[in-house]
Design a protein around this ligand. Structure first.
Ligand SMILES: Cc1cc2nc3c(=O)[nH]c(=O)nc-3n(C[C@H](O)[C@H](O)[C@H](O)COP(=O)(O)OP(=O)(O)OC[C@H]3O[C@@H](n4cnc5c(N)ncnc54)[C@H](O)[C@@H]3O)c2cc1C
Length: 320
């Protein structure tokens, strides 16, 4: 059997050949994946990975595609979309498959009178992608209530507890492993459903005003910069006129910094620094991944040369 036939046997019509990644990324950018499969169970995932292993093919796992920059050349291997999408709520404990949308889980838990995930109502993407990167906004993060995850590791399913997950700012142990998240468990708190639901509306409204949601993007392009030492803090206070809240958080907002560099609105081809939010690089219509990479390089070079700040991407690269 050819590789295509083997994959078809596993996922049927959920196999696509030469599938454009631009159809699956929020950036609306990305060339063809040689094979693209959507898996709906652990068994399917295992079988697809076995095919990849037997044929020495590269694989890349993703969820919602909201934090990805896929190369114009595409991906010479198998792209695996995690599409297990069930969740269950028992008391204050919520278990969600990796493919459940974070925003959907935020709504479902608020409706059930559970507090802890309302911040995620405006978070694009899936629980798996969110937990891996410890996504967060409005003062909440995945790590706040996530108590364990089930991962697929070398052919077996392993449970990882909170301590082992080593969550940090946009960080987790999963990010530095080949583990594939299958599901996550959250231990939430009871709360008043009516208030929680109005919190959802409030947060959605705030997002509409502060982010360029009409254009393709991967959300914030860079992590906020963490200030290491007292000397560095002093240097940045003097050089940048750092606002007091950033001084006390010892963190420089990347969006604020990019604005300070006068880069809002800067374009390379179709890639543009948003006029609305300095940390958003948007696809103004026909951007290529190459143009986005050039714009990223320009921003990083300016931040380094002018302020001695090394910005790090939040976006994840695929096919580079
Ligand atoms: C408009 C917009 C606003 C955003 N706002 C925020 C925000 O406020 N806060 C924030 O933190 N982020 C934000 N993001 C970024 C993004 O939405 C989050 O990082 C999100 O949680 C990513 O989930 P995803 O399923 O789309 O991940 P994907 O983009 O599919 O994947 C991201 C990474 O996770 C890996 N991955 C995905 N699923 C799994 C899995 N099951 N197992 C192992 N690895 C996996 C992929 O390999 C990839 O490296 C925003 C993005 C956009 C476009």
């Amino acid at each position: 059997m050819t590789i295509t036939q083997q994959l078809q046997t596993i996922v049927g019509a959920r196999l696509f050949e030469n599938e454009l990644m631009s159809k699956h990324t929020n950036f609306r950018i990305g060339g063809p994946a040689k094979w693209f499969v959507e898996v709906r169970s652990v068994e399917e995932l295992k079988k697809v990975l076995d095919v990849a292993h037997q044929n020495a093919l590269a694989t890349f796992v993703f969820g919602g595609g909201s934090n990805l920059l896929a190369s114009d050349q595409g991906f010479d291997g198998i792209i695996i979309k995690i599409a297990m999408r069930t969740y269950d709520i028992q008391g204050t404990r919520v278990r969600a498959d990796a493919g459940v949308l974070s925003s959907g889980l935020a709504r479902a838990t608020a409706n059930a009178g559970l507090k802890g995930l309302t911040w995620a109502i405006s978070l694009p993407g899936t629980v798996g992608g969110g937990v891996r990167g410890n996504a967060g906004c409005f003062g909440g993060e995945m790590k706040d209530y996530c108590t364990s995850v089930l991962v697929y590791r070398n052919g077996t399913v392993v449970e990882i507890g909170k301590d082992e997950l080593k969550f940090g700012y946009r960080e987790s142990a999963i990010k530095h492993s080949d583990d594939i998240i299958l599901s996550a468990t959250f231990d939430l708190e009871e709360g008043p459903a009516r208030e929680l639901k109005s919190e959802l509306d409030d947060k959605l409204m705030k997002r509409k005003i502060s982010q360029p949601l009409d254009a393709g993007s991967a959300g914030c392009m860079f992590k906020n910069y963490e200030i290491g030492t007292d000397e560095e803090l002093q240097r940045l206070v003097e050089k940048l006129d750092l606002p007091s809240e950033m001084q006390s958080a010892r963190r420089v907002s990347a969006g604020w910094l990019i604005d300070k560099l006068g880069l809002k609105g800067t374009k390379i081809g179709g890639a543009k620094v948003s006029d609305v939010h300095g940390n958003f690089v948007v696809n103004s219509g026909s951007a290529t991944a190459d143009e986005v990479v050039q714009l990223i390089a320009l921003i990083k070079t300016r931040a380094r040369n002018e302020f001695g700040i090394q910005l790090m991407e939040e976006v994840q690269y695929v096919g580079f």
